[in-house]
Ligand binder design. Structure first.
Ligand code: DGY
Length: 328
């Protein structure tokens, strides 16, 4: 139990209602100017805080964690992905790490569907043509995309977000296929009429659209390697709203440029915020600035989750969204 208000250092600007609540509850040091923390500033925050509330833009490695102060007991991440934090190093030093699962599921699934539709139906190209004044009237053969209904969607990672995508996709008439560490429960499989593929390679060769929804871990780094991307059919579309590192981005760009993969919709990038120069030039790649969870409601809910995790810890209990070693 912490009697005084804990020093909570927040590394980025959060939505106003979240910051207001944090000021009420904690000795909160906010980043109202939203200038990303340098490594030195992160080290200073880790040395002084009881709780650090970072985001994906803060790389918290073992060296930084080694320099953390004795007081630091919790890293309450604003976001669900925690691949920017060296979790084993934190846990070994007695620092708990929490994330914000559940509250960004629907928003991320919505954006995934938007990317599927945008790529298959060439929505960006169409909008750009109108803006550029090249739309001179309807023709039977202009701006033809590919029908989505009836196609096979292969979902990699059938957790919360993968399932939310599957529900939407089913309503769009897509057939659901998935690869996961283990099959989902029979109730969910029946609801989604989903086909499980233990072999990712076999699934890739048979689907029309592949969408990535697994966390980035050492096991999923470049899961879609050059070899696996080459298993896709030439009309296939690749969607990624999870983490860029899961796809070999250079190989994807090359295959898109060679017409060996038809299109890609990417909200995340391997070297974010740097984007592969080849990808930027491709008309068949729809690229978004990591905005899967970017709704006002979602970001406020994420902030509330951060607050609940910190308050639970303050009350001497285990925070609900702790990252446990078996999750890694
Ligand atoms: C998440 O919550 O993981 C988003 O991708 C931002 O980090």
């Amino acid at each position: 139990m912490v009697a005084r208000k804990p020093k909570v250092i927040v590394t980025r600007k959060l939505p106003d209602p979240v910051e207001t609540r944090m000021r009420e509850l904690f000795d909160a040091e906010l980043n109202v100017d939203d200038v990303p923390f340098t490594r030195a500033r992160l080290a200073d925050a880790l040395a002084r805080a009881d709780v650090l509330a970072p985001t994906i833009t803060d790389k918290i490695d073992a060296e930084l964690i080694a320099g953390a102060g004795e007081k630091l007991k919790l890293i309450a991440n604003f976001g669900v992905g925690v691949d920017h934090i060296d979790i084993p190093a934190a846990l070994a030093k007695g620092i708990a790490v929490t994330n914000t699962p559940g509250v960004l599921t629907e928003d991320t699934a919505d954006l995934t569907m938007a990317l599927i539709m945008a790529v298959a139906r060439r929505i960006l190209e169409g909008a750009q043509a109108v803006q550029a004044g090249t739309f001179t009237g309807w023709t039977p053969t202009w701006m033809m995309g590919r029908r989505v209904t009836g196609k096979r969607l292969g979902i990699i990672g059938m957790g919360r977000i993968g399932q939310a995508v599957a529900r939407r996709a089913k309503a769009f008439g897509l057939q659901i296929h998935y690869h996961n560490r283990k099959p989902v429960s029979s109730r969910i499989a029946e609801e989604l009429e989903a086909t499980y593929w233990e072999s990712l390679d076999q699934m890739l060769a048979r689907v029309d659209i592949v969408s990535v929804h697994s966390p980035h871990t050492p096991a999923t780094y470049h899961l879609l390697s050059a070899r696996r991307l080459k298993l896709l059919q030439p009309h296939a579309i690749v969607i990624n709203t999870a983490r860029g590192e899961i796809i070999d981005e250079q190989a994807l760009a090359d295959l898109l440029a060679q017409g060996k993969i038809a299109g890609a919709g990417l909200d995340v990038f391997e070297f974010e915020p740097t984007i592969n120069a080849k990808l930027l030039k491709l008309p068949n790649a729809v690229l978004l600035p990591h905005m899967g969870s970017a709704t006002l409601e979602g970001r406020i809910d994420m902030g509330e989750k951060v607050i609940i995790n910190i308050r639970t810890w303050m009350d001497g209990h285990k925070p609900p969204d702790r990252i446990l070693p078996q999750m890694l």
